[in-house]
Design a protein around this ligand. Structure first.
Ligand code: IVH
Length: 692
């Protein structure tokens, strides 16, 4: 039984590593659970055999009333920053000059750096003695932190015991790295928090910090935390592994088994830690800038947040020579991205009216630079969000601008709240057309009831209709549409097609040439596909995919306009809400009028593009759902391959789904497919099917 227990611990350790560190499990969850249960049984019979590195011992430590403090044997320092290229050049020059002064670097030789991501989480130190995790601590002030051992033990990617041959394990190893939360996990956590009437976290970093500082580890265990290793503290190797020749004199790094940052990280990876896969050894500022640029471009697509990149002199003997200044190493620098969050004053709140009448409250801000762009407006999402965050006019607020998304107000800074603030009263009438604003029960969004009477809705409907995925009319921009609507010259989509060059040229900033181009573009837009025309109408809940499904099903516009809700729900992709919205749209007189006028002005949809090319037997009429990231195809690419072969791609998994194509980070759709017993393919499987 003792032997079986050791076997089980070994196997579970291995599978945990495959799953959480390598992201490449080799057994099913149910098999893992069965092994774990077997181990639990043996341990129940023999409590004296339970050790702290047993896979059963991740959760369960008793809550504490406060964290004990921990003195770091090797301090946990911070990093100096470089905010632009000139600061980076200066850093590289300081490093090179210092090394040249010691005769360690040739006059024309460049310094090699290990470039890494700068994770936006919390620094943590994990101490292993004889291969077993004995302590986890926060950074604290760099010299003393807090003992959070019970909490770090619950993080699945933190090994309780190192991987590899135990004879190679260090006697003491302190691994340093960052604890963070993936963006998607953070969103899900926040939703759960709100459902349970708890406060939402402002960002993944705060959520990770709040989770790590729980006094009850059972709460931490429920939080989706991850650990990335990027460094080390104290290390003592077993005598057999010591490499006395690595360093000529006793330094910070005496005792380490490898001579470079990159080799040390490879080693940590072999010992079972997640180490960033994007790291690279580079030399010369140009290569560093290139790494920075590429990282900045790819940043929005990463599953976690980073706030820059870090360059560390790769050779450890060079690191030792360079040493430290104050509290930061001279051998490393953080090349930061422009901040994505900052604070500014909220001057007022206006509302914006969207295409479907949705009323969005918008914060007017004292101009502030966020993420390299000056921001004066930020969304407050809806009335409930303003209440929930308790944002008031006059407050200093945190503004966030992540990637290309619209800037948003995250929260007020309560410590800076002035005595006089003004509560915002949500309007009951549309500021543009004065129609009543309504809020349907259970919906967060309030809407202007003015429909196309409302100039704001009209402008945006027109903008939608001429957009790239709809009628695709080049040169008809927001400004011109605004002028045409304000002049009452264009009241609906059909009116656009009655514009001529001469009159267009009379609008401000329109020359004869641009007027001619607009007229030409309008003429070219008169024969859209049926799907594009349906999409252009801007029916609520009818996006590109639904428009396509409707076009394919009805084949002509007249049939669609007559369809009842009962007929509509028969179509894949169309549920009762969408069906009601479509039927309601075509029942409205003014919409029917516009359709009649569109015909008058010569809008004639082409018949749906039927795919004549190579319709594969295997795919004809089959329904696919795509989920996760595929190794080589984007989702759009996979979709177009499937459609070209006669298949159909829908958004959600149901009994009607024939295949689910799953990539990495596939979530609930994959689980649902497994529950329903639907065939699951990876990219290769899909390619094989396409080829057959
Ligand atoms: S090295 C002696 N590497 O940034 C060098 N830090 O601003 C110590 N961080 O406290 C840090 N990613 O929390 C290092 N790849 C990385 C990092 C990283 C994120 C954090 C860490 C540190 C802070 C310093």
């Amino acid at each position: 039984m003792k032997q079986r227990l050791e076997e089980l611990k070994e196997q579970l350790n291995y599978h945990n590593h495959r799953y959480y560190v390598l992201d490449d499990p080799v057994i099913a969850d149910s098999q893992y659970d069965a092994l774990l249960r077997e181990l639990e049984h043996i341990e129940q019979a023999h409590p004296e055999w339970v050790t702290s590195d047993s896979p059963t011992q991740r959760v369960g430590a008793a809550p504490v009333s406060a964290f004990a403090s921990v003195t770091h044997a090797v301090p946990m320092l911070s990093l100096g920053n470089a905010f632009d290229e000139s600061e980076l050049i200066a850093f590289d020059k300081r490093v090179a000059d210092a090394l040249r002064a010691e005769g360690l670097l040739g006059a024309n030789e460049a310094v090699s750096y290990n470039a890494e991501y700068k994770f936006d989480g919390l620094a943590v130190s994990l101490r292993y003695e004889h291969g077993v995790l004995v302590r986890g601590s926060t950074r604290g002030d760099g010299y003393t932190g807090e003992d959070i051992t019970s909490n770090v033990r619950t993080i699945a990617s933190v090994p309780l015991r190192l991987q590899g041959d135990s004879r190679d394990w260090p006697v003491v190893l302190e691994v340093r790295g960052e604890v963070l939360m993936h963006q998607a996990d953070f969103q899900a956590l926040n939703q759960a928090q709100l459902r349970q009437g708890e406060k939402a976290f402002a960002n993944p970093r705060n959520a990770a910090a709040g989770s790590l500082r729980q006094l009850d580890p059972r709460i931490t265990a429920k939080r989706p935390l991850r650990f990335f290793a990027y460094g080390w503290g104290e290390i003592q190797m077993p005598a057999s592994q010591e490499q006395p020749d690595l360093f000529t004199q006793a330094t910070e790094n005496t005792g380490v088994p490898y001579d470079s940052q990159s080799a040390m990280l490879d080693w940590l990876q072999r010992l079972g830690f997640v180490v960033d896969s994007h790291r690279a050894v580079l030399s010369g500022v140009e290569a560093l800038m290139d790494f920075y640029q590429k990282t900045a471009e790819g940043r929005a697509a990463l599953p976690y947040e980073i706030d820059g990149v870090v360059y560390k002199v790769d050779r450890l003997d060079f690191q030792d020579v360079l040493g430290f200044v104050a509290r930061a190493p001279r051998f490393a620098v953080a090349h930061k991205f422009p901040a994505q969050e900052t604070t500014t004053k909220l001057i007022g709140i206006d509302v914006q009216v969207g295409r479907t009448g949705a009323i969005t409250p918008v914060a007017r801000l004292e101009p502030v630079v966020v993420g390299g762009v000056t921001v004066t407006n930020a969304t407050l999402h809806n009335e409930d969000e303003i209440r929930r965050k308790d944002v008031r006019i006059g407050d200093t607020v945190i503004v966030r601008r992540a990637g290309d998304v619209i800037p948003e107000v995250v929260a007020p800074v309560l410590d800076l709240r002035p005595e006089q603030t003004e509560l915002y009263v949500f309007p009951t009438q549309c500021p543009v057309c004065d129609s009543a604003i309504e809020r349907v029960e259970d919906e967060a969004i309030a809407r202007c009831t003015g429909g196309l009477v409302c100039a704001a809705q009209r402008k945006q409907s027109l903008e939608h209709a001429v957009s790239r995925k709809a009628l695709d009319v080049d040169g008809l921009g927001t400004k011109l549409i605004e002028q045409l609507v304000d002049a009452d010259r264009v009241k609906n989509l059909a009116d656009l097609f009655t514009l001529n060059e001469l009159e267009l040229a009379s609008y401000p900033r329109m020359g004869a040439k641009s007027a001619a181009n607009v007229v030409k573009a309008l003429a070219a837009a008169k024969t859209p596909t049926l799907a594009r025309l349906i999409y252009a109408l801007g029916i609520r809940h009818v996006g590109e995919a639904t428009a396509k499904a409707l076009a394919e099903h009805f084949g002509e516009l007249a049939a669609l306009t007559q369809a009842t809700e009962e007929t509509l729900v028969q179509i894949d992709d169309v549920g009762p809400v969408v069906a009601a919205s479509i039927a309601h749209f075509f029942a409205e007189d003014h919409n029917r009028e516009v359709l009649a006028r569109l015909e008058q002005v010569g809008i004639t949809p082409q018949l749906p593009e039927r795919q004549s090319t190579a319709v594969s037997e295997a795919l004809a009429g089959k329904t696919f759902v795509l989920t996760g990231t595929l190794p080589t195809w984007t989702r759009d690419e996979a979709k177009s391959h499937i459609e070209q072969a006669g298949g159909k791609v829908t958004g959600s998994v149901s009994k009607k789904t024939d295949f689910v194509v799953a990539g990495t980070e596939a979530g609930s759709k994959l689980t649902r497919a497994q529950e329903l017993g639907i065939t699951i393919l990876d990219e290769d499987g899909l390619k094989a099917l396409l080829g057959s």
